[in-house]
Design a protein around this ligand. Structure first.
Ligand code: MRU
Length: 363
């Protein structure tokens, strides 16, 4: 996507070939800053501290992390250690394990001297593939928006609600939930996006709003609790969210709060879709609620908030009484029965084992 008119990805190899560069997403929307990752520890820190975040980008960053590790030490032991280190950075997004396993499986077949070059090729491949998958999701989702637009008065926007950031910042480029949004907007369909702020880290208010603004997509930031009310009043035509892990049976694990949106959508007859690139499907899991590990993050993300002051400085302030405990589960699971469909790069699947099998019969 474009940042100040320049095509930009969220992760790329540095021009001098010795490191990887990323956008530091903890500083958006107030500052656009890039950071250089030169070591395995840099990559692990970037994922853990959420300088990079979003399931597909976490996978891509981990692949580059293996390259950084292998450059320093290409032995079998170092490869296994790097895989283990990166795997523990964040527990919920399955793309992390998917990318690490894919790179490791290729590298162990090679002699140590050949591994660094191969790891670099694989990381580039995973990044390019992510962009292609997302474009496929955009093409698959476009008819949904077209069908709603056709039922509306000429020029009346299709109102799409999205949660968290499943945009290009959560991927290498294009995004998953936003792939449909961008393809509809770029095709000239009038769309308007309700952007859930997504407490506690505010990925919606800080990141989705920033990227939609950059791309010129009409949008409105709303409090997380506003979605149900807007649905009751006919002001949401479609919900599209991303996913950190979707089970083989179509349960969708995504940012905390997604489940409540699905419940409200069902109660109001609003179609609820998840955008699901195939690396986000965990074919080994059948029951999302009991089997997917839900990341518990620091209470400080809830008890404090960061924002820009009138003088331009960015500051963090406390929100809750000192001494009140806070709990911060970062994801929840929306059962397949509440999901209208899964928008994948191969088309829209029914959210069920049969629906996914029909599109991914090789699994
Ligand atoms: O904690 P985050 O910011 O990594 O969580 C991101 C999400 O939950 C996204 O909605 C999900 O990864 C889908 S991204 C295409």
């Amino acid at each position: 996507m474009n940042v100040s008119g320049r095509p930009t990805r969220t992760i790329w190899p540095s021009a001098d070939g010795t490191a990887v560069e990323i956008i530091d997403q903890t500083r958006l929307p107030h500052t656009f800053a890039t950071v250089r990752l030169a070591t395995l520890d840099d990559a692990a820190h970037a994922i853990r501290a959420m300088l990079v975040r979003g399931a597909p980008l976490i996978g891509a960053a981990a692949a580059w992390g293996l390259w950084l590790a292998i450059r320093a030490n290409a032995s079998d032991a170092a490869l296994a250690q790097a895989h283990a280190t990166l795997l523990t950075t964040r527990p919920t997004a399955v793309n992390l394990r998917w990318a690490l396993d894919r790179v490791q499986a290729q590298l162990v077949r090679l002699r140590p001297a050949e591994r660094a070059a191969a790891a670099r090729v694989l990381a580039i491949e995973i990044c390019d593939e992510d962009v292609a998958l997302n474009r496929g999701i955009g093409a698959a989702g476009l008819p949904l928006v077209k069908a709603i637009a056709a039922r509306k008065k000429l020029g009346e926007p299709v109102n799409i609600l999205t949660h968290c950031n499943a945009g290009w910042l959560a991927t290498v480029d294009v995004g998953t939930a936003t792939a449909t949004i961008y393809s509809a907007h770029d095709a000239g369909l009038p769309v308007h996006i309700w952007v859930d702020e997504t407490r506690p880290r505010n990925q919606g208010a800080s990141l989705t709003a920033w990227e939609l603004l950059n791309h010129g997509v009409p949008h409105t930031v709303i409090a997380d609790n506003a979605g149900g009310h807007l649905m009751q009043h006919g002001r949401v035509d479609l919900v599209i969210v991303g996913t950190d892990r979707t089970t083989a049976t179509g349960d969708v694990c995504n940012k905390i709060g997604t489940y409540l949106k699905a419940l409200a959508a069902r109660d109001n007859g609003v179609p609820f879709y998840a955008a699901v690139p195939s690396p986000s499907i965990d074919w080994t899991v059948r029951d999302g609620v009991s089997e997917i590990p839900i990341e518990e993050r620091s209470a400080r993300e809830l008890t404090h908030i960061t924002g820009r002051l009138p003088d331009g400085l960015v500051a963090t302030v406390a929100l809750t009484p000192e001494g009140s405990p806070a709990a911060n589960p970062a994801f929840d699971v929306t059962p397949a029965r509440l999901v209208t469909g899964l928008i994948t790069e191969r088309g829209i699947a029914e959210a069920s084992a049969d629906g996914l099998q029909r599109l991914f019969s090789e699994k």
